[in-house]
Design a protein around this ligand. Structure first.
Ligand code: ADP
Ligand code: MG
Length: 259
């Protein structure tokens, strides 16, 4: 692993909603230009964990974070960090496609518009770049000014990916991005994830273990014990985690005995 660069370095991370601790002591490197899958049973803190990487979890109310998270060496909790910029650098795609009730074009242009003035020609270019990056351009190029809500579920999810790509993020976080999609739309998103990693770093939560083996380079297995607090049980190259897990709990989960 010596030729890998760390994009996000998580050290001894614990997270609380009000006073209830939901994840504890997680240390993990998310490598640049690699896809890292996070798997584990429901409620073990996978969503909380990835939402903490771009500080979206702080929008949930009174929360507490312990430990540290660095994005390319910069502490994301440093008071000098511009949180809007951080969330542009670390984009996110959610479980259910959530396009805005606007045109396809405006959905993709949204993030650029709110971050300042941009000449129309440049905006057009970026919208095209992002839609191409999300493998959606050919399907929508003739109807950019129609409502995004008229797209199929799979197209809407690729539109949300395009919206994230438009602001040129360094990292893309995906929380079960295919769970609301049919198998063909899922396959398209998986192919997209595979191609995006050339330019981008991706962390993806998935409950689908075949998906983790298909799309990821590294896998982190999270679980809870009697305390119900989420922990990282094992991290490794995806092939190792699925074929040769070192921890019995990982073995039981990936072989479908539990979960
Ligand atoms: P996963 O994504 O692995 O299913 P989550 O991160 O959604 O797990 O949830 C981890 C734990 O945190 C669960 O016990 C869940 O009930 C709790 N939790 C999630 N969101 C909140 C919230 N906004 N307020 C309080 N507790 C929450
Ligand atoms: Mg979740």
């Amino acid at each position: 692993m010596s030729n890998l660069t760390t994009a996000i370095k998580v050290k001894n991370l614990s997270f609380y909603y009000t006073t209830s601790k939901v994840i504890e002591g997680i240390s993990l490197d998310v490598y640049k230009n690699q896809v890292t899958a996070i798997i584990g049973p429901s409620g073990c803190g996978k969503s909380t964990f990835i939402k903490t990487l771009n500080r979206i979890s702080e929008l949930e109310g009174k929360v507490k974070v312990e430990g540290s998270i660095e994005l390319f060496g910069q502490n994301i909790h440093d008071p000098r960090v511009n949180i809007n910029r951080l969330r542009r650098e670390i984009g996110m795609v959610f479980q259910k496609p959530n396009p805005f009730p606007m045109t396809i074009y405006e959905n993709v242009a949204y993030g650029i518009r709110i971050s300042g003035k941009c000449p129309k020609a440049e905006l057009d270019e970026t919208v095209e770049y992002a839609l191409k990056g999300a493998a959606l351009w050919d399907e929508v190029k003739d109807k950019l000014n129609t409502s995004a809500l008229g797209l199929s579920g799979g197209q809407q999810q690729r539109l949300c990916i395009a919206r994230a790509l438009a602001v040129k993020p360094k990292v893309l976080l995906m929380d079960e991005p295919c769970s609301a999609l049919d198998p063909i739309a899922t396959m398209k998103v998986e192919e997209l994830i595979h191609s995006l990693r050339a330019d981008l770093t991706i962390a993806i939560v998935t409950h689908n273990m075949q998906q983790a083996t298909r799309v990821s380079d590294f896998t982190a297995f999270f679980s809870t014990d009697e305390s119900r607090i989420g922990q990282m049980i094992e991290f490794g190259a995806t092939g190792q985690i699925f074929r040769n897990p070192l921890d019995k709990r990982t073995y039981d989960y990936v072989s479908g005995r539990f979960g």
